[in-house]
Each structure stands twice: as C-alpha cells, then as structure tokens.
Design a protein around this ligand. Structure first.
Ligand SMILES: Nc1ncnc2c1ncn2[C@@H]1O[C@H](COP(=O)(O)OP(=O)(O)OP(=O)(O)O)[C@@H](O)[C@H]1O
Ligand SMILES: [Mg+2]
Length: 331
C-alpha cells in the first residue's frame, strides 16, 4: 500500500510512536487495519487515494449523476486525479463518460468490469485485462482532463446472480467480496480520489465497492420512499465494516432533485438534518429541467456550466465537491 519494504514499516514502528498498533502479531508478521495506517501515511504526506462509494437502495435518486458531476468538478476545479469505478450493470456512468459507441466496442472485447467478475466464476478464466479496461482521460467537460474510468457492462446483471449462488470452493480462498480490491490494488494510489457508482442494492458487487471504500455518500431525493432505506443502509454497511475489519464511514446524505415548491421535500430535508445521523451535506442539488442533456456524452467539449444547465447546478456541484474534500480531510 505504501510502496515500501517490510523493513521500512518495522523502522517506522520503532521511530514513530504514533504509528498504529497492529491488530495481531502473527508468525508471518504484524497485521494492521488499513484505515489507521492510511491516515498515518496521509499525515506524513505519502499520497493515498481517498475512496468513496455512492449508494442508495432506491433507484433514480441521482447516484450516477452525482458521481459523474463530482468527478468532473474535482478534476476541472481542483485538479484532482479521479478514478470512476462503474459497478452498476445499467452502465449509466460509463455511457455518460465515454458514450455508448465506445462502451459497445469495449464490451465486445470484454474490456469491462463484468470480465473481472466472470473470471471469478470460472477459475480457468484469466481474461480480465486491467490496462485495457482502464479508460484514460474520459469526460467531455472542458478542463476535466484527469478522469479515468473502469467501465461497467450489462452482463454484470447475470454475473451478480451467479456470484451470489457460487459455491465456495478452493478458488474462493479469496472471497468474492475481494475481487475488485485485488484487481485495482496496483493502480489505486495513482489517484487522489476514487468514486464508485453502485447499483441500487447491497449485493455482492456493491459490497466489492464498499470493501475498498473508506466512506460512502447517500444521494437521495428528499421524499419518504427514497429515504426509507437509509437507516438500513447504515446498519448493514456498519455490520459489513465490522465483518471485514475496516472502517467504512457514512460521509453524508446528499439531497438531490430538490423541489422548492414541495412541502414533502421541505419536511423530509428538515427531518434528515434534524436527525443528523448520518450527517447531511449543506449543499442541496435542485431539480432542474436541463439536466437530462448532461446524461448524453457529447463529441465536443463543453464547460461544467454548459453541461449542467443554466441554473445554479454547476455551482452546487462545485460546492458539493468542496464539502466532500473537507469531509475527507476531517476523516
Ligand atoms: N438535479 C437534477 N434535476 C433533474 N433531474 C435530475 C437531477 N439529477 C439527476 N436527474 C435525472 O434523474 C434521473 C436519475 O438520475 P441518475 O441516473 O443519476 O440516478 P441513479 O440514482 O443513478 O439511478 P439508478 O438507481 O437507476 O442507477 C436521470 O434521468 C437524471 O438525468
Ligand atoms: Mg445510477
């Protein structure tokens, strides 16, 4: 993770009294929790990617739009190097970032994350090619030149079902929730921020994303149905986090598609903020008419403002990205 030898870690442990304590000392060596070691490395200015999943059990609450807009804002406004991992079989983040034609040609060649998960189902298969799957310099937003993408595929629907029912044979010495972690390990720390767009469920594929995340964001429309599952998400991710022995923090709820004239939106937003657990980002993303156009990848570049409409949407995403950076700094 830090790109140093075992000896270097041993030296750090003797030299720095604030180096995290190991969970256990095995014969093979000490075992540390990733979170505290990452935090320690960050404090010492050793570059570490910040990894965040966007989840909600409800569909259509702007998980994907928020993922892509945050990536484009973090890249164009903050010069961050961003990796977007699309784990949703609907492939919306993928087509927003590279367009449908490009996706089709990648999918034909098997250069999507579906191949990674398919390989896991058949131990004789070793076809996932990280280099060829990683799409560099995606997005049609001017100045957003530092976004890479690991594309998704419609084939993930099928894979998800098969993974869930797969036997735990020898091949699963590595459990199916570690597939993504092991695959992306070599490239993760090339990035400042990794954003993972998850499907609207907490199935095995989403868990693969959470497994490498230090935190998650819950985009939600402030209505009863969209917010209903939030306590369940927090509880289940909390349990999962305990199971895998890593901290996966709820970074906050993002209120999306807010309608100024809706009493329900007003009341539900107020209640979410009143509860404060998980916290709610200050920035509110309003319902806008023009945003549908943002979903289409364009052949020519446009500015953030052109992409996200004439209203204040681009500014709000800029605010949200700033809030996210701050939240991560405090973590
Ligand atoms: N602020 C907004 N105003 C108006 N429409 C929006 C806004 N944000 C997103 N949308 C639209 O809402 C729809 C759902 O958004 P999006 O695909 O981002 O949601 P999602 O949570 O990722 O959905 P899914 O669960 O299907 O993956 C899209 O058509 C998108 O263009
Ligand atoms: Mg989506």
């Amino acid at each position: 993770m830090a790109g140093v030898s075992r000896q270097a870690v041993a030296n750090w442990r003797t030299r720095y009294r604030d180096f995290p304590q190991p969970l256990v000392e095995l014969k093979a060596g000490p075992v540390f929790k990733v979170g505290p070691v990452r935090a320690w490395l960050r404090k010492r200015k050793i570059p570490m990617a910040r990894i965040v999943s966007l989840i909600n059990l409800k569909g259509g609450v702007a998980k994907t739009t928020t993922t892509v807009a945050l990536a484009e804002t973090l890249s164009s406004q903050h010069g961050k190097k961003v990796l977007v991992i699309d784990l949703d079989p609907q492939t919306n983040a993928t087509t927003m970032l590279i367009g449908e034609n490009k996706w089709k040609s990648l999918n034909k060649k098997g250069y999507t994350l579906a191949t990674l998960f398919k390989d896991a189902l058949d131990p004789t298969n070793r076809t996932f090619d990280l280099d060829k799957t990683l799409q560099k310099g995606v997005s049609d937003v001017k100045g957003a030149n530092t976004i890479d993408l690991l594309p998704s595929s419609l084939d993930l629907i099928d894979v998800q079902d098969r993974l869930a029912g797969a036997p735990s044979g020898q091949f699963y010495a590595q459990t199916p929730i570690d597939l993504l972690r092991l695959a992306v390990k070599p490239i993760l720390d090339d990035y400042d921020i990794v954003l993972i767009d998850c499907p609207p469920n907490l199935g095995i594929i989403t868990l693969n994303g959470l497994r490498i995340s230090e935190g998650y964001i819950i985009p939600t429309v402030p209505d009863v149905l969209s917010t209903y599952g939030i306590p369940q998400i927090v509880k289940r991710v909390g349990n999962f986090s305990k199971d895998v022995g890593e901290d996966i923090e709820p970074l906050g709820i993002v209120i999306t598609k807010y309608q100024e004239n809706s009493t329900i939106h007003y009341n539900v937003s107020r209640d979410l903020r009143g509860r404060g657990d998980p916290p709610v980002f200050d920035t509110v993303i309003r319902q806008a008419n023009q945003i549908a156009a943002a979903a289409e990848n364009q052949p020519s570049e446009r500015t953030l403002k052109q992409k996200y409409g004439y209203g204040d949407l681009a500014e709000r995403y800029i605010d949200l990205a700033a809030e996210l950076i701050e939240t991560l700094e405090d973590l």
